[in-house]
Design a protein around this ligand. Structure first.
Ligand SMILES: [Zn+2]
Length: 408
Protein backbone atom coordinates (compact mmCIF):
# COMPACT_ATOMS: atom_id res chain seq x y z
CA UNK A 1 0.00 0.00 0.00
CA UNK A 2 1.40 3.42 -0.90
CA UNK A 3 1.33 6.26 1.62
CA UNK A 4 -1.37 8.04 -0.37
CA UNK A 5 -3.58 4.95 -0.43
CA UNK A 6 -3.08 4.53 3.29
CA UNK A 7 -3.83 8.20 4.01
CA UNK A 8 -6.98 8.05 1.92
CA UNK A 9 -8.30 4.85 3.43
CA UNK A 10 -7.60 6.03 6.98
CA UNK A 11 -9.32 9.37 6.33
CA UNK A 12 -12.41 7.73 4.83
CA UNK A 13 -12.60 5.23 7.68
CA UNK A 14 -12.10 7.77 10.49
CA UNK A 15 -14.53 10.28 8.93
CA UNK A 16 -17.24 7.60 8.82
CA UNK A 17 -17.06 7.27 12.61
CA UNK A 18 -19.20 9.77 14.53
CA UNK A 19 -17.13 11.69 17.08
CA UNK A 20 -18.81 15.09 17.24
CA UNK A 21 -18.17 17.00 20.47
CA UNK A 22 -20.84 18.94 22.34
CA UNK A 23 -20.80 22.42 23.89
CA UNK A 24 -23.56 21.54 26.34
CA UNK A 25 -22.08 18.45 27.90
CA UNK A 26 -20.19 18.54 31.19
CA UNK A 27 -18.58 15.11 30.84
CA UNK A 28 -15.02 14.42 29.63
CA UNK A 29 -14.93 13.71 26.76
CA UNK A 30 -18.08 15.70 26.00
CA UNK A 31 -19.64 12.85 24.00
CA UNK A 32 -19.47 9.08 24.46
CA UNK A 33 -18.89 8.52 20.72
CA UNK A 34 -15.38 9.92 21.09
CA UNK A 35 -14.47 6.87 23.22
CA UNK A 36 -15.28 4.62 20.24
CA UNK A 37 -12.79 6.40 17.99
CA UNK A 38 -10.24 6.56 20.83
CA UNK A 39 -10.44 2.78 21.39
CA UNK A 40 -10.10 2.12 17.67
CA UNK A 41 -7.00 4.35 17.41
CA UNK A 42 -5.53 2.72 20.48
CA UNK A 43 -5.94 -0.73 18.91
CA UNK A 44 -4.42 0.48 15.63
CA UNK A 45 -1.42 1.99 17.42
CA UNK A 46 -0.83 -1.33 19.19
CA UNK A 47 -1.16 -3.17 15.89
CA UNK A 48 1.52 -1.05 14.17
CA UNK A 49 3.89 -1.63 17.07
CA UNK A 50 3.79 1.67 18.98
CA UNK A 51 5.01 1.52 22.59
CA UNK A 52 3.32 2.68 25.83
CA UNK A 53 -0.09 2.92 24.15
CA UNK A 54 -2.66 4.19 26.63
CA UNK A 55 -6.07 5.76 26.82
CA UNK A 56 -6.17 8.33 29.62
CA UNK A 57 -9.18 8.78 31.88
CA UNK A 58 -9.72 12.16 30.19
CA UNK A 59 -10.12 10.49 26.81
CA UNK A 60 -6.75 11.12 25.12
CA UNK A 61 -4.86 8.37 23.30
CA UNK A 62 -1.11 8.60 23.94
CA UNK A 63 1.67 6.43 22.47
CA UNK A 64 5.40 6.38 21.82
CA UNK A 65 7.53 5.74 18.77
CA UNK A 66 10.79 4.74 20.46
CA UNK A 67 13.94 6.65 19.53
CA UNK A 68 16.39 5.21 17.03
CA UNK A 69 18.90 7.96 17.93
CA UNK A 70 19.35 10.30 20.90
CA UNK A 71 17.73 13.74 20.65
CA UNK A 72 14.97 15.95 22.02
CA UNK A 73 11.56 14.39 22.61
CA UNK A 74 8.81 15.78 20.43
CA UNK A 75 5.08 15.10 20.19
CA UNK A 76 2.58 15.24 17.33
CA UNK A 77 -1.07 15.86 18.17
CA UNK A 78 -4.41 15.78 16.37
CA UNK A 79 -7.94 16.01 17.73
CA UNK A 80 -10.49 13.22 17.47
CA UNK A 81 -13.67 15.29 17.73
CA UNK A 82 -15.53 17.04 14.92
CA UNK A 83 -17.21 20.44 15.15
CA UNK A 84 -20.61 20.79 16.87
CA UNK A 85 -21.64 23.65 14.53
CA UNK A 86 -22.92 21.42 11.72
CA UNK A 87 -24.41 17.94 11.25
CA UNK A 88 -21.64 15.40 11.75
CA UNK A 89 -23.45 12.10 12.28
CA UNK A 90 -23.60 9.51 9.52
CA UNK A 91 -20.81 11.06 7.44
CA UNK A 92 -20.49 9.38 4.02
CA UNK A 93 -17.07 10.34 2.64
CA UNK A 94 -16.43 9.86 -1.07
CA UNK A 95 -13.29 10.23 -3.14
CA UNK A 96 -13.14 12.03 -6.48
CA UNK A 97 -10.03 10.45 -7.90
CA UNK A 98 -7.93 12.58 -10.28
CA UNK A 99 -10.31 15.56 -10.07
CA UNK A 100 -10.66 17.12 -13.54
CA UNK A 101 -11.28 20.73 -12.49
CA UNK A 102 -15.04 20.69 -12.99
CA UNK A 103 -17.74 21.66 -10.46
CA UNK A 104 -18.11 19.08 -7.68
CA UNK A 105 -21.74 18.17 -6.93
CA UNK A 106 -23.09 16.37 -3.87
CA UNK A 107 -25.32 13.27 -4.11
CA UNK A 108 -27.40 14.10 -1.02
CA UNK A 109 -27.92 17.83 -1.69
CA UNK A 110 -28.23 18.89 -5.34
CA UNK A 111 -28.16 22.58 -4.39
CA UNK A 112 -24.54 22.43 -3.22
CA UNK A 113 -21.63 23.16 -5.55
CA UNK A 114 -17.94 23.10 -4.74
CA UNK A 115 -15.75 24.74 -7.35
CA UNK A 116 -12.64 26.93 -7.73
CA UNK A 117 -14.99 29.96 -7.93
CA UNK A 118 -16.15 29.45 -4.35
CA UNK A 119 -12.94 27.83 -3.13
CA UNK A 120 -9.96 29.27 -5.08
CA UNK A 121 -7.41 26.94 -3.44
CA UNK A 122 -9.25 24.01 -5.04
CA UNK A 123 -8.20 25.43 -8.42
CA UNK A 124 -4.59 24.42 -7.63
CA UNK A 125 -5.57 20.78 -7.11
CA UNK A 126 -6.44 19.55 -10.61
CA UNK A 127 -5.45 15.89 -10.90
CA UNK A 128 -5.58 15.38 -7.12
CA UNK A 129 -7.80 12.93 -5.29
CA UNK A 130 -10.40 15.08 -3.52
CA UNK A 131 -12.39 13.81 -0.54
CA UNK A 132 -15.73 15.37 0.44
CA UNK A 133 -18.84 14.31 2.37
CA UNK A 134 -22.16 13.59 0.63
CA UNK A 135 -23.88 16.94 1.18
CA UNK A 136 -25.78 16.31 4.42
CA UNK A 137 -22.88 16.54 6.85
CA UNK A 138 -19.46 18.05 7.30
CA UNK A 139 -16.57 15.75 6.32
CA UNK A 140 -14.52 15.92 9.51
CA UNK A 141 -11.12 16.23 7.80
CA UNK A 142 -10.83 18.69 10.71
CA UNK A 143 -9.15 16.91 12.28
CA UNK A 144 -9.33 13.35 11.00
CA UNK A 145 -6.79 14.41 8.40
CA UNK A 146 -4.46 15.05 11.35
CA UNK A 147 -5.17 11.58 12.77
CA UNK A 148 -4.55 9.97 9.36
CA UNK A 149 -1.30 11.87 8.77
CA UNK A 150 0.14 10.99 12.17
CA UNK A 151 -0.97 7.33 12.00
CA UNK A 152 0.47 6.85 8.51
CA UNK A 153 3.78 8.52 9.43
CA UNK A 154 3.92 6.52 12.68
CA UNK A 155 3.40 3.23 10.86
CA UNK A 156 6.17 4.18 8.43
CA UNK A 157 8.62 5.07 11.21
CA UNK A 158 7.82 1.90 13.18
CA UNK A 159 8.30 -0.24 10.06
CA UNK A 160 11.65 1.37 9.17
CA UNK A 161 13.66 1.29 12.35
CA UNK A 162 16.84 2.20 10.42
CA UNK A 163 15.63 5.82 10.00
CA UNK A 164 17.34 7.92 12.71
CA UNK A 165 14.91 9.97 14.80
CA UNK A 166 14.49 10.86 18.49
CA UNK A 167 11.66 9.61 20.69
CA UNK A 168 8.34 10.68 19.25
CA UNK A 169 5.15 10.88 21.27
CA UNK A 170 1.71 10.79 19.71
CA UNK A 171 -1.44 12.23 21.28
CA UNK A 172 -4.98 12.14 19.96
CA UNK A 173 -7.14 14.46 22.05
CA UNK A 174 -10.90 14.86 22.45
CA UNK A 175 -13.00 18.05 22.54
CA UNK A 176 -10.71 20.52 20.74
CA UNK A 177 -13.73 22.05 19.01
CA UNK A 178 -15.34 22.94 22.33
CA UNK A 179 -12.12 24.37 23.76
CA UNK A 180 -11.49 21.53 26.20
CA UNK A 181 -8.86 19.54 24.34
CA UNK A 182 -5.95 20.10 26.67
CA UNK A 183 -6.44 18.47 30.05
CA UNK A 184 -4.30 19.76 32.91
CA UNK A 185 -2.45 16.42 33.03
CA UNK A 186 -1.61 16.35 29.30
CA UNK A 187 1.76 18.22 29.50
CA UNK A 188 3.03 15.80 32.18
CA UNK A 189 1.62 12.79 30.33
CA UNK A 190 3.35 13.88 27.11
CA UNK A 191 6.68 14.70 28.80
CA UNK A 192 8.24 16.23 25.67
CA UNK A 193 10.48 19.18 24.88
CA UNK A 194 8.00 20.55 22.37
CA UNK A 195 5.09 19.48 20.17
CA UNK A 196 3.14 20.14 16.97
CA UNK A 197 -0.55 19.94 16.18
CA UNK A 198 -1.60 18.80 12.70
CA UNK A 199 -4.71 20.98 12.54
CA UNK A 200 -3.93 23.58 9.87
CA UNK A 201 -5.11 24.23 6.32
CA UNK A 202 -3.25 24.77 3.08
CA UNK A 203 0.11 23.23 2.22
CA UNK A 204 3.00 25.24 3.68
CA UNK A 205 1.12 26.70 6.66
CA UNK A 206 3.18 26.67 9.84
CA UNK A 207 1.35 28.72 12.42
CA UNK A 208 2.67 30.08 15.69
CA UNK A 209 0.27 32.95 16.34
CA UNK A 210 -3.30 32.58 17.54
CA UNK A 211 -5.84 34.88 19.09
CA UNK A 212 -5.78 35.63 22.78
CA UNK A 213 -9.24 34.89 24.07
CA UNK A 214 -11.53 35.83 26.95
CA UNK A 215 -15.17 35.11 27.56
CA UNK A 216 -17.42 37.80 29.05
CA UNK A 217 -20.82 37.45 30.69
CA UNK A 218 -22.92 40.59 31.20
CA UNK A 219 -25.97 40.27 33.45
CA UNK A 220 -28.60 43.01 33.79
CA UNK A 221 -31.00 42.82 36.73
CA UNK A 222 -34.17 44.91 36.48
CA UNK A 223 -37.23 45.28 38.68
CA UNK A 224 -39.99 42.73 38.14
CA UNK A 225 -43.61 43.62 38.80
CA UNK A 226 -47.09 42.79 37.44
CA UNK A 227 -47.23 44.58 34.07
CA UNK A 228 -50.76 45.86 34.78
CA UNK A 229 -49.47 47.91 37.70
CA UNK A 230 -45.96 48.59 36.43
CA UNK A 231 -46.07 52.27 35.59
CA UNK A 232 -43.04 54.00 37.04
CA UNK A 233 -41.99 50.78 38.78
CA UNK A 234 -40.91 48.11 36.30
CA UNK A 235 -37.34 48.08 35.00
CA UNK A 236 -37.13 45.62 32.10
CA UNK A 237 -33.79 43.82 31.95
CA UNK A 238 -34.39 42.73 28.34
CA UNK A 239 -34.77 46.36 27.30
CA UNK A 240 -31.50 47.24 29.01
CA UNK A 241 -29.70 44.32 27.39
CA UNK A 242 -30.93 45.22 23.93
CA UNK A 243 -29.91 48.86 24.39
CA UNK A 244 -26.48 47.66 25.47
CA UNK A 245 -26.19 45.43 22.36
CA UNK A 246 -27.23 48.31 20.11
CA UNK A 247 -24.38 50.42 21.54
CA UNK A 248 -21.64 47.94 20.63
CA UNK A 249 -19.26 49.27 17.95
CA UNK A 250 -20.36 47.62 14.67
CA UNK A 251 -16.83 47.83 13.23
CA UNK A 252 -15.56 45.46 15.94
CA UNK A 253 -17.76 42.45 15.12
CA UNK A 254 -16.55 39.19 13.53
CA UNK A 255 -18.50 40.01 10.37
CA UNK A 256 -16.60 43.31 9.99
CA UNK A 257 -13.07 42.18 10.85
CA UNK A 258 -10.25 40.12 9.30
CA UNK A 259 -6.47 39.70 9.31
CA UNK A 260 -4.94 41.11 12.48
CA UNK A 261 -8.14 42.79 13.75
CA UNK A 262 -9.71 41.57 16.96
CA UNK A 263 -13.44 41.35 17.60
CA UNK A 264 -16.19 41.42 20.24
CA UNK A 265 -18.80 38.77 19.55
CA UNK A 266 -22.06 38.54 21.50
CA UNK A 267 -23.03 34.92 20.83
CA UNK A 268 -25.86 34.22 23.24
CA UNK A 269 -28.60 36.25 24.93
CA UNK A 270 -30.99 34.70 27.42
CA UNK A 271 -33.30 36.15 30.01
CA UNK A 272 -36.58 37.53 31.24
CA UNK A 273 -37.84 41.01 32.08
CA UNK A 274 -36.34 40.47 35.54
CA UNK A 275 -32.85 39.40 34.49
CA UNK A 276 -31.05 39.18 31.15
CA UNK A 277 -27.64 37.78 30.28
CA UNK A 278 -25.47 38.41 27.23
CA UNK A 279 -22.47 36.18 26.60
CA UNK A 280 -19.49 37.31 24.55
CA UNK A 281 -16.27 36.02 23.21
CA UNK A 282 -13.49 38.61 23.10
CA UNK A 283 -10.64 38.03 20.63
CA UNK A 284 -7.44 39.98 19.97
CA UNK A 285 -3.86 39.19 19.00
CA UNK A 286 -2.41 41.49 21.65
CA UNK A 287 -2.81 41.49 25.44
CA UNK A 288 -3.57 45.20 25.70
CA UNK A 289 -6.12 44.96 22.87
CA UNK A 290 -7.89 42.13 24.66
CA UNK A 291 -7.89 44.05 27.93
CA UNK A 292 -9.30 47.10 26.12
CA UNK A 293 -12.15 44.99 24.74
CA UNK A 294 -13.04 43.80 28.24
CA UNK A 295 -12.92 47.37 29.51
CA UNK A 296 -15.16 48.53 26.64
CA UNK A 297 -17.79 45.86 27.38
CA UNK A 298 -17.69 46.88 31.04
CA UNK A 299 -18.00 50.59 30.23
CA UNK A 300 -20.89 50.18 27.78
CA UNK A 301 -22.77 47.90 30.18
CA UNK A 302 -22.33 50.32 33.06
CA UNK A 303 -23.38 53.27 30.89
CA UNK A 304 -26.71 51.58 30.11
CA UNK A 305 -27.23 50.59 33.75
CA UNK A 306 -26.45 54.16 34.81
CA UNK A 307 -29.51 55.41 32.88
CA UNK A 308 -31.71 53.56 35.37
CA UNK A 309 -30.70 53.84 39.05
CA UNK A 310 -32.80 50.82 40.07
CA UNK A 311 -31.05 48.53 37.57
CA UNK A 312 -27.93 46.56 38.33
CA UNK A 313 -25.31 45.14 36.01
CA UNK A 314 -22.53 42.61 36.59
CA UNK A 315 -19.70 41.91 34.14
CA UNK A 316 -17.58 38.77 34.55
CA UNK A 317 -14.54 38.16 32.34
CA UNK A 318 -12.94 34.72 32.20
CA UNK A 319 -9.61 34.00 30.40
CA UNK A 320 -9.80 31.26 27.74
CA UNK A 321 -6.43 30.98 25.98
CA UNK A 322 -3.51 33.18 24.99
CA UNK A 323 -1.60 33.88 21.77
CA UNK A 324 1.09 31.20 21.56
CA UNK A 325 3.47 33.77 20.04
CA UNK A 326 4.06 35.28 23.53
CA UNK A 327 6.02 32.12 24.41
CA UNK A 328 7.29 30.99 21.01
CA UNK A 329 8.89 34.33 20.16
CA UNK A 330 11.32 33.69 23.06
CA UNK A 331 12.39 30.41 21.50
CA UNK A 332 11.62 29.98 17.84
CA UNK A 333 13.50 26.66 17.54
CA UNK A 334 10.33 24.51 17.18
CA UNK A 335 9.01 26.86 14.47
CA UNK A 336 12.37 27.07 12.70
CA UNK A 337 12.73 23.29 12.69
CA UNK A 338 9.31 22.93 11.04
CA UNK A 339 10.15 25.65 8.51
CA UNK A 340 13.46 24.02 7.57
CA UNK A 341 11.80 20.63 7.29
CA UNK A 342 9.15 22.19 5.04
CA UNK A 343 11.78 23.82 2.80
CA UNK A 344 13.61 20.49 2.56
CA UNK A 345 10.48 19.17 0.81
CA UNK A 346 10.57 22.03 -1.68
CA UNK A 347 7.62 23.79 -0.04
CA UNK A 348 7.94 27.43 1.03
CA UNK A 349 6.51 27.77 4.56
CA UNK A 350 3.96 30.51 5.32
CA UNK A 351 3.05 31.75 8.77
CA UNK A 352 -0.06 33.83 9.20
CA UNK A 353 -1.97 34.55 12.41
CA UNK A 354 -4.77 32.09 13.18
CA UNK A 355 -8.09 33.81 13.82
CA UNK A 356 -8.91 31.27 16.46
CA UNK A 357 -7.21 29.10 19.01
CA UNK A 358 -5.74 25.65 18.83
CA UNK A 359 -4.95 22.97 21.36
CA UNK A 360 -1.43 24.30 20.82
CA UNK A 361 -2.39 27.69 22.31
CA UNK A 362 -3.23 26.07 25.64
CA UNK A 363 -0.33 23.60 25.51
CA UNK A 364 2.16 26.39 24.76
CA UNK A 365 0.80 28.42 27.66
CA UNK A 366 1.20 25.34 29.88
CA UNK A 367 4.89 25.02 28.99
CA UNK A 368 4.92 22.78 25.89
CA UNK A 369 5.70 24.98 22.85
CA UNK A 370 3.30 23.80 20.14
CA UNK A 371 3.03 25.37 16.67
CA UNK A 372 0.33 24.19 14.25
CA UNK A 373 1.07 22.44 10.92
CA UNK A 374 -0.94 22.13 7.72
CA UNK A 375 -3.03 19.07 6.84
CA UNK A 376 -4.74 20.33 3.65
CA UNK A 377 -8.26 20.65 5.15
CA UNK A 378 -10.46 23.32 3.57
CA UNK A 379 -13.96 24.84 4.02
CA UNK A 380 -14.19 23.17 7.40
CA UNK A 381 -17.24 22.97 9.71
CA UNK A 382 -19.73 22.84 6.83
CA UNK A 383 -21.06 20.62 4.01
CA UNK A 384 -18.50 21.84 1.44
CA UNK A 385 -15.53 20.66 3.52
CA UNK A 386 -12.91 18.98 1.34
CA UNK A 387 -9.31 17.84 1.33
CA UNK A 388 -6.76 16.68 -1.23
CA UNK A 389 -5.15 13.32 -0.45
CA UNK A 390 -1.95 14.59 -2.08
CA UNK A 391 -1.91 17.57 0.34
CA UNK A 392 -2.15 15.09 3.21
CA UNK A 393 0.80 13.30 1.63
CA UNK A 394 2.87 16.49 1.88
CA UNK A 395 1.88 16.83 5.55
CA UNK A 396 2.97 13.27 6.22
CA UNK A 397 6.33 13.94 4.54
CA UNK A 398 6.64 17.03 6.75
CA UNK A 399 6.19 14.93 9.88
CA UNK A 400 8.90 12.52 8.72
CA UNK A 401 11.24 15.40 7.85
CA UNK A 402 10.71 17.04 11.26
CA UNK A 403 11.41 13.73 13.00
CA UNK A 404 14.65 13.31 11.04
CA UNK A 405 15.81 16.91 11.48
CA UNK A 406 14.99 17.06 15.18
CA UNK A 407 18.31 15.26 15.77
CA UNK A 408 20.05 18.49 14.73
ZN1 LIG B 1 -9.34 21.33 14.14
Amino acid sequence: MTHLTELESRLVRYCSIDSQSSEDSTTTPSTATQWNLARLLMAELQEIGAADVRLTEYGAVIATIPATAPGPKIAFLAHMDTAPQFRATGVKPRVIRGWNGGAILFPDDPTLVLSPETSPYLGQKIGHDIVTASGLTLLGADDKAGLSIIMTAARHLLAHRDTPHPEIRIAFTPDEEVGRGVHKDLPADLAVDWAYTFDGGRVGEIEYETFSADQATVTFTGVSIHPGYAKGKMVNALTLASRFLANLPPQQTPEATEGRDGFLHPYEMTGTAAEATVKFILRHFERDGLAAQGALVQRLAEAVAATEPRARVAVAIRPQYRNMRYWLENDMAPVELAREACRSLGIEPVSSPVRGGTDGSRLTEMGVPCPNLFTGMQDIHGPLEWISVQDMGEAMRLMLAIARRALG
